[in-house]
Write a protein that binds this ligand. Sequence first.
Ligand SMILES: *Cc1c(COP(=O)(O)O)cnc(C)c1O
Length: 238
Amino acid sequence: MTDARTIELADRLAAVRARVTAACETVGRAADDVTLIVVTKTWPVDDVRRLAELGVVDVGENRDQEAAAKAAATEGLALRWHFVGQLQTNKAASVARYAHLVHSVDRPALVAALDRGAAKAERRLGCLVEVDLTEGAEGRGGVAPDAALDLADLIAATDNLELRGVMGVAPLDRIDQRGASRAAFARLSDISASLTARHPDASLISAGMSDDLEEAVAAGATHLRVGSAVLGSRPVLG
Ligand SMILES: *Cc1c(COP(=O)(O)O)cnc(C)c1O
């Protein structure tokens, strides 16, 4: 495909990659330390195919139904699917079949369900502990910071899950988003340091979206989850 949409995606992707490179340079990190995940939620599978043609390997989704359909439709493209949304326990077995990394593990019942799902799918499944950085204010999931290490231990003790690190979403702040993100990601980075003291291999940090990826890179993020800066503004859903 080399249609107008492909050209638009290529331009936006190049701009985001340039932002990531610049952010890495600012803090003296190597650009290939940071993995860009393009979050394709609400966009058609043709956009996923266009992104794959443009060299994108890591793609993210936040709903199982949509993710499972897109993963099935793009089998053979060697994409890595990242599940980044709140996950119901009854969807865990489905996600365990196609996900490369589940970013949103936030409670013991979900650990158990993902472990069973991975066993059934006969694969090992990478997991991040999602930490709530909003003091419970936004009700969007995530384990409380002081319970994150216990949840991590639980994941590490399963047979089929691999504890890989932590994930966080900064609280919304209309007045100073970048300041709020900086504070939230500093906290996530502290939690990551405590986690790796116990589990040295669990060093991934998933943080940063379209509006705060620079703050995430500065705080040590290894994975950025970027949607609208690459794909455009999502239609407002009722
Ligand atoms: C949608 C989403 C993103 C991407 O957000 P943008 O602001 O569009 O870059 C990142 N993380 C999660 C958990 C999301 O649901």
